[in-house]
Write a protein that binds this ligand. Structure first.
Ligand SMILES: Cc1cc2nc3c(=O)[nH]c(=O)nc-3n(C[C@H](O)[C@H](O)[C@H](O)COP(=O)(O)OP(=O)(O)OC[C@H]3O[C@@H](n4cnc5c(N)ncnc54)[C@H](O)[C@@H]3O)c2cc1C
Length: 416
């Protein structure tokens, strides 16, 4: 590591996979390289914080981006190998619009960063039953908004994907232009772009802010102050730990397990293009094709038990493994008894109904609460960043859908 003219100490290229990432030296306060405090300090460099920092910095603000463990770290909700980007959202048209906008922005960023492989248009298949209100509403919304899609009946599905045992599935929607994002690497690409644009990255934990009224600074775990005019707390599942009184019963971090199943040797039926991303919301499960030889990904979407993102041991449970084996053997018979190659234990940071939380803190007028991704937020990182940056710039009110006031202390999921 060496000291830079900004007074930071640069980490080696491998520390984050982000070669531009300086670390805060022990006993050294982060400073705005052009003098004074920062315009905005973004706390948390997950997908929401990194995109917000990028938007703000490119919009001319002087931004500090701070993360306790690093962009896309293995504890973060953004830390997995891959994340689905689909346009379908039932009748929740705003999320379809945000997915459409976000996909454009992801592709543009990957194009300019030379990381075009971090989005793959593998297609997304929505498996549906005869009576399937969510998928029926999705079909209507996709048609109304002009999203490329196809409705397929059972015989068409069987002909195109014979490796899927359809069981109760009688029809499906195929979104050919959707697919998956390489999650933790994509977050690092965003953070790297923010740093390249001039944002100062610091790897440090932030202490919960004390008192009331406008904040002038936040304090790192090592006791340094970071001064800014505006603060964006984009701490994902850690938000209830930072603001226990306010969010302790409004954001529910739940344990979620993801499995990578080994496919038979030489069998390409579970890779793209033979296999799309698929979702079966009636069975609360979804999956992705085998990417980079890691295995065929299968992830139960049902909310798990409460989790502490700092201290939980990230090893899967026998119960979920058994459920995944049973489902895979039934829906993908060629993978019956196929081994689990690896697993990820992550967490959703659920709001009461699945709508994001993008609002000002009620007691710190210059602080923003940005989170509540609720198991579907990754794809929307670009739209979230644009939205938050725009509200910081115009001072305007937030949509009630994203407001703190609409977040209840009970869980009643309505966004899928
Ligand atoms: C298993 C799983 C599958 C998912 N699948 C999909 C999917 O297919 N498609 C999709 O769109 N979404 C999906 N999601 C949801 C999506 O990944 C999340 O909604 C999104 O990543 C949340 O991002 P975030 O930036 O809010 O939080 P995070 O990524 O958790 O980022 C928060 C950051 O804050 C930092 N931090 C926390 N506390 C502090 C502190 N005190 N000081 C400094 N830094 C701090 C952390 O280190 C972390 O990096 C999935 C989530 C999981 C867990």
């Amino acid at each position: 590591m060496k000291t830079t003219r900004r007074g930071f100490v640069r980490a080696g290229a491998g520390a984050l996979g982000v070669s531009l990432a300086p670390r805060l030296a022990r006993g050294q306060a982060p400073r705005n390289p052009t003098g004074g405090g920062f315009d905005v300090a973004v706390l948390g460099a997950g997908v929401f914080g990194s995109w917000t920092a990028l938007e703000l910095q490119r919009g001319g603000r002087r931004v500090a981006l701070i993360d306790a463990y690093g962009p896309g770290n293995a504890r973060a909700s953004s830390g997995g190998q891959s994340r689905v980007i689909r346009m379908g959202y039932g009748d929740q048209e705003i999320y379809t619009r945000w997915s459409m906008r976000s996909l454009e922005r992801w592709k543009a960023l990957f194009g300019e960063s030379g990381r075009g492989d971090q989005f793959q248009a593998a297609g997304v298949l929505w498996m549906a039953r005869e009576q399937d209100p969510l998928t029926t509403k999705t079909l209507e919304t996709l048609a109304r908004l002009g999203v490329s899609h196809q409705r397929l009946d059972r015989s068409q599905l069987a002909a195109r994907w014979p490796q899927i045992e359809l069981g109760p599935i009688t029809w499906a929607i195929h979104e050919p232009d959707s697919g998956y994002l390489m999650a933790f690497r994509a977050v690092q690409t965003v953070a790297q772009a923010a740093i390249a644009a001039g944002a100062v990255y610091v790897q440090e934990g932030i202490q919960p802010p004390a008192g009331r009224g406008a904040l002038t600074s936040v304090t790192t775990r090592s006791g340094q102050s970071i001064h800014a005019k505006t603060f964006v707390f984009a701490c994902g599942p850690w938000l209830p730990k930072l603001f226990p009184d306010l969010l302790g019963d409004r954001i529910f971090p739940t344990r979620q397990e993801v499995f990578y199943i080994g496919v038979p040797p030489g069998d390409d039926r579970f890779q793209s293009p033979a296999m799309p991303v698929w979702v079966d919301f009636a069975e609360e499960i979804y999956g992705l094709p085998d990417v980079e030889g890691r295995g065929f990904k299968v992830a139960p979407d049902r909310h798990g038990p409460p989790i502490d993102p700092d201290s939980v041991e990230r090893v899967p449970t026998a119960e979920t493994m058994a459920r995944v084996h049973e489902f895979v053997g039934r829906r993908f018979p060629a993978l019956k008894n196929a081994p689990i190659l690896s697993a990820e234990v992550c967490q959703y940071e659920n709001t009461s109904n699945g709508d994001f939380l993008l609002d000002r803190h009620p007691e710190h007028a210059n602080a923003w609460l940005v989170g509540g991704g609720s198991g579907h937020g990754f794809k929307h990182g670009p739209a979230v960043g644009e939205y938050v940056a725009a509200r910081i710039a115009d001072g305007g009110p937030v949509d009630s859908k994203f407001s703190l006031a609409t977040k209840q202390p009970v869980q009643n999921r309505t966004v899928f």
